[in-house]
Design a protein around this ligand. Sequence first.
Ligand SMILES: [Zn+2]
Length: 106
Amino acid sequence: MKWIPRQSQCPYCSTVYRYGDLKKLKYKKNAKCYHCGRIIKVSRSGWLILALELIAVYAVFNILSILLLKNLSFGLLFLINLIPTAAAALLLPLYLTLVMKKNTNE
Ligand SMILES: [Zn+2]
């Protein structure tokens, strides 16, 4: 399991895909490597890990908020929870994995 996002690279030619490149692939099933031209599968299995991490962050944020903030309202708690949600949304592309496509005849 990868708890820290690592760089995604083309499984064929090892070209490293940076954040900007991955962002474009976010909702795609397959992609063509811009370097070697081979078809790669975009796997979103890492998003489950991101979701689990997000739940853990929510727990910490909420426990700390309840313990540290005296006049805590639901509105404020909602805003506090928006921070990790926005951060997770930004991290989505980094949790994509590029894998070899099994059936090359497709
Ligand atoms: Zn490639």
